[in-house]
Ligand binder design. Structure first.
Ligand code: GLU
Length: 438
């Protein structure tokens, strides 16, 4: 049985980088008929907010990334305390008293001497009396004592990895104010919840090394780890500062379609081409983690627009009936409206503009040199209602009367009727137009 989890901290809304992690974990579990857990990493009471939990769930539901169960770390503090005791009993958890300023000073000194800024474990050499004295003065924080050997694993994306634990500081698991930190909570949860596969960003590689040791220390089963590359902007620039503006909810508001977003992200950064998929089933079947590379992956939001347009073009009226009705298109006109308009929209948001044009007419756009021609042609346009033959018959007459042909004939008429130089086939659009501004 494969069990994966997506473990966001509810300290903000989900962005495109989070989606990559969520999607990969979801796809792996679904491919294997396994379990997908939504784990809310809310050990930080100051920064975690219920509205972000709601936002995260809403985004995942919008995309169809349904979870089998949800877990909250804030409900498991007793368990974390138990595991902390276990580690203490094994001599793998120790009290430290340095203040952030002291730690910073130590790091700077080490760097000045050309040494890696690894915590020097000086707390371990304190005598009981010294510890007691410090304890009276400041609240201790607790570190896990790493076994300073090499930690090795075969990463599902990065291949064979080896990290020297001696080059990593003993991780702080409980802060001076008693707050349990993510690392402790995460290894407890991954162990207790039977998580078999963890995919996360490559910024977690060092965490993984230390977590492997901690999971072993509590006699858990180490999951298979895979670290995907981080997304960058189109020019390779880091996205971390911009991620807030790449929120999934904003993409939803901008009319990006879930299938477009999922198809794109399930392939971006892999050796397979990005292709529009028509269903979640297809995305699940076609997904292959081993095809992803370690290089940073360029993401351009603008790429989602054509893929959304392509997706919409392939939809039937039944798929968008609600959206079409919502902008006021009467049921008897809906089929024709959708058939004519669907290849001329980038997102569903554009539907409203087309319907407004059809209902109210457009302000004509007429070049000065076409004034006379358009006036003459409009005088020849029959009274409505129009049918599918009207445009052909009318333009043939106009051609004969004016001698114009090709683009010189059609373009000024399109611009006069729609106010635009592009749009659907006029033969199909004209019968829909309810008001012509002559
Ligand atoms: N809450 C952690 C994060 O968002 C989870 C990391 C993990 O997958 O373990 O970075």
């Amino acid at each position: 049985m494969i069990t994966t989890r997506f473990a966001p901290s509810p300290t903000g809304y989900l962005h495109i980088g989070n989606l990559r992690t969520a999607l990969f974990n979801f796809l792996i579990s679904r491919q294997a008929g396994g379990e997908f857990i939504l784990r809310i990493d809310d050990t930080d009471p100051e920064r975690s907010k219920p509205e972000y939990v709601d936002g995260i769930k809403r985004d995942l539901e919008w995309l169809g990334l349904h979870w089998d169960r949800v877990e909250h770390q804030s409900a498991r503090f007793e368990r974390y305390a138990e595991v902390a005791d276990q580690l203490r009993d094994k001599g793998l958890f120790y009290e430290c008293f340095e203040t952030p300023v002291e730690l910073d000073l130590k790091r700077k000194k080490q760097l000045n001497m050309g040494k890696p800024p690894v915590y020097d474990r000086s707390a371990l050499s304190l005598s009981d009396a010294e510890s007691d004295a410090l304890r009276g003065d400041r609240a201790p924080h607790w570190r896990f004592k790493l076994d300073q050997s090499r930690i090795e694993w075969t990463d599902g994306i990065l291949g064979d990895l080896s990290i020297d634990a001696a080059s990593v500081s003993d991780p702080v698991l409980i802060r001076g104010d008693g707050q349990v930190l993510y690392t402790l909570a995460s290894i407890c949860d991954d162990t207790d919840m039977g998580v078999t596969h963890v995919v996360r960003g490559s910024d977690h590689v060092t965490n993984t090394a230390t977590q492997i040791q901690m999971i072993r220390a509590i006699a858990g089963t180490v999951p298979s780890f895979a670290h995907h590359s981080l997304l960058t902007g189109p020019k390779g620039e880091g996205l971390s500062k911009r991620l807030g503006s790449l929120a999934l909810r904003d993409m939803r508001d901008a009319g990006i379609q879930p299938m477009a977003l999922l198809s794109h992200l399930a392939r971006l950064g892999s050796s397979d081409p990005v292709e529009l998929r028509s269903s979640m089933g297809e995305i699940i079947t076609g997904f292959d983690l081993t095809k992803f590379g370690s290089a940073p992956t360029k993401f351009d939001e603008a790429d989602l627009v054509p893929i959304t347009a392509k997706y919409l073009q392939g939809l039937e009226l039944a798929d968008v009936a609600e959206d079409v009705a919502a902008i006021g298109v009467p049921a008897d006109k809906a089929e024709d409206f959708w058939t004519v308009i669907r290849s001329n929209i980038a997102t569903l948001e554009d539907l409203g503009n087309w319907w407004a044009l059809i209902e109210n007419g457009a302000t004509p756009d007429i070049d000065p040199e076409d004034q006379e021609f358009v006036a003459q042609a409009m005088a020849m346009l029959p009274e409505g209602p129009f049918d599918s033959t009207t445009w052909g018959a009318w333009t043939a007459e106009v051609k004969q009367a004016t001698g114009r042909k090709g683009k010189g004939l059609f373009m000024p008429l399109r611009k006069a009727l729609t106010g635009m130089s592009h749009g659907p086939d006029m033969g199909a659009l004209l019968p829909l137009l309810q008001k012509i501004r002559r």
